[in-house]
Design a protein. Structure first.
Length: 339
């Protein structure tokens, strides 16, 4: 049997490695845009204050995965899915290839969510969703520090990623202003009491909080950047990072005629409307309407699906008990997280 996996994050690689253990005779092929290897996305949030991040964040090189018997084709984009022929078409930017499958798994993850009004200013800000994004932030930061200046950052978005990044930049000694359109931080994950505690922790670390501040757009003056608020322009920053959440990569599934909502719709066996196509991780919208965009349930989905493909389980996937946690330096929530 040939199993093709789109994506090389924790969902895709956990599935591929477990399949090699349980069914070594199955052909497993991973198609991925990434070129750095299989890396730890949670470590991205501490990627500024850790000097050794480049050597620590990659968990498995693609070469080592190939040595274990997993086919990995990196630096490629999957363009189309032919559900009748059971084949995908992908490109490396120069040539186009076709790969057949018996079962296809979307483990393609998500992109950074960019609010539509910001798209016209895309060249003026960064996002924070991948190792490439982290390396670009480190490069920009290095340019500033090489001139013996303290970097100045504006973070737009007071959710999980925005707070984690603001915390890490502050820990590294940078000047950070965090803009959030709502009156409290991480309102989707934290009770109000914990939001207040988080705000104090960030302020004590030097982060300037601008709550109830809806950013309208961005501007550039010489080599500095600023934000546009309803009351007018503000700030001079060396860089701006938009951290407004994530957007599951559903365009390919939708173009193949698969039902999608916020994510790719799957049943309690992680199967799409096509019995030969599955989805796992933060691209999969489960039968309960939820997207389980946390490490423990994503890995649970991958390991369960490998067992199901290999005939080791018959029962549906059930989400494990898990406790999300923000990786903000010095912060511990007193109450369980919401999600």
């Amino acid at each position: 049997m040939s199993i093709v996996i789109i994506g090389s994050g924790i969902a895709g690689i956990s599935l591929a490695e477990e399949l090699r253990k349980l069914s070594p005779d199955q052909r497993v092929c991973v198609l991925t845009r990434e070129t750095h290897g299989y890396y730890s996305r949670p470590l991205l949030s501490h990627g500024i204050s850790r000097e050794d991040i480049e050597s620590k964040i990659v968990l498995r090189t693609f070469a080592s995965l190939r040595e274990s018997g997993i086919e990995v084709r990196d630096g490629v984009d999957v363009r189309t899915i032919d559900r009748i022929a059971q084949a995908v078409t992908y490109t490396d930017g120069t040539n186009e290839y076709q790969q057949g499958y018996d079962r296809l798994v979307f483990a393609s993850g998500s992109d950074a969510l960019i609010p539509p009004p910001f798209l016209a200013h895309r060249s003026l800000f960064q996002v924070f969703n991948s190792l490439d994004d982290l390396l670009e932030l480190r490069r920009l930061r290095g340019k500033v520090t090489s001139g013996n200046r303290t970097p100045r950052w504006a973070i737009v978005g007071g959710g999980l990623i925005g707070c984690e990044l603001a915390s890490d930049l502050a820990k590294a000694g940078d000047r950070v202003t965090l803009f959030h359109a709502l009156p409290r931080l991480m309102e989707r994950q934290l009770e109000e009491e914990d939001s207040l505690t988080l705000a104090k922790v960030l302020q004590d670390s030097g982060v300037v909080l601008r709550l109830d501040s809806a950013v309208q757009g961005f501007r550039q003056v010489a080599h500095a950047y600023g934000v546009e608020l309803e009351e007018g322009p503000e700030g001079e920053y060396d860089g701006i990072v938009v951290a407004c959440g994530f957007k599951p990569r559903i365009a390919l599934a939708r173009s193949a005629g698969l039902p999608t909502s916020r994510g790719i719709s799957v049943d309690d066996h992680l199967m799409t409307a096509d019995p030969n196509i599955f989805a796992i991780g933060d691209v999969a919208e489960c039968a309960d309407g939820r997207i389980y965009a946390y490490i423990l349930p994503i890995r649970s989905q991958a390991l369960w699906l490998a067992k199901w493909f290999s005939g080791h389980v018959a029962h549906p996937w059930e989400p494990p008990v898990f406790k999300p946690k923000a990786k903000v330096h010095g912060f511990t929530a007193a109450r369980p997280y919401l999600w």
